[in-house]
Design a protein around this ligand. Sequence first.
Ligand code: ASN
Ligand code: ZN
Length: 354
Amino acid sequence: QALQTVVGTGNSQYNGQVPINTTLSGSTYKMLDASRGVGGTFGGMAITNANHSPESNPQAGSIYTNSTNVWGDGQQYISGGSTTNANGQTAAVNALWGLMNTYDTMKNVIGWQSLDGQNTATYIAVHVDNNYDNAFFDPNCKCMYIGDGSSFYSLGSIDVIGHEMGHGVVDATSNLTYSGESGGLNESFADINGEMVEAYARNGGTGTVIPAGNDWMMGKEIAKNGQPLRWMYKPSKDGASKDAWSSTLGSINVHYSSGPNNRAFYFLSQGSNSTSSSDYYSQYLTKQPLAMTGIGNDKAYRIWFKAATTKFTASTNYATARTKMIEAANELYGVGSKESIAVQRAYAAINVGA
Ligand code: ASN
Ligand code: ZN
């Protein structure tokens, strides 16, 4: 029996009312988008209720169902809450909207289908554990879990979902080892993916990532204290991440050693030669004078994605990443192209190469 994909209305927590693809099965609507991905555990992109199973042994649970095709109330989940959100549909809306946009960004901007590039469907289970301040990709199920948060709001913003699914792409490709410099590059892949999905979604999903449509801050929406998880344009703003490479970079937490590559990507996309006096620009370049013009999100993302998914290995470090990025830019845009030179300058700006 063919599944009928229908468009429902989701009341999301961070993006207002959003159109979500669901499946009508008899008279019941299911949070299954069978138009994105094939096979996998549920035969399409699905959102399930982990039902507070522990983070140490999370369970997928079952797919969300509803008697109408209107979902959630846009409110933060409160344990035992008595609102229409008590069954937790809003977290599921956040998840499906993020997953649809993640899928579309990679497919329409890169030409990459789902996490493995083979269009295998994945899923997200929401409400893992209790008051859980994290979200994570699980390589066993090749799926993602989202916590309800405690010091954060529910960890289902678009950039966080794009981040975790980015780990899924790494898992299916280079499998960058999650420690040392390769671990920082793994984290940076996830952050870049999250930001590009955010940019794509804000542009209305037309297939072109808009320059600076994203905020270059990871997880701003989920912050209760106004502080994002990470600042890609100037990572050291968090007090722990590094702005530039040094020989000790590989000894710090991977969420901090991602900083220099995040910043190189920011420079590659947005440039460094603005006259603006904000934190974003060239006064923070490590090496002067290397002011450069950005090549925009689309090209930067294509070069990075190609290098990381087809040229990186598990042990790729910053120096090799630079070499592979230049290779990818040469192949995509020509040897000595302005794109290739921009890659060189972006890495020089974080003290990798000249
Ligand atoms: N949310 C975290 C991350 O994706 C989970 C972890 O520590 N790996 O980076
Ligand atoms: Zn991560």
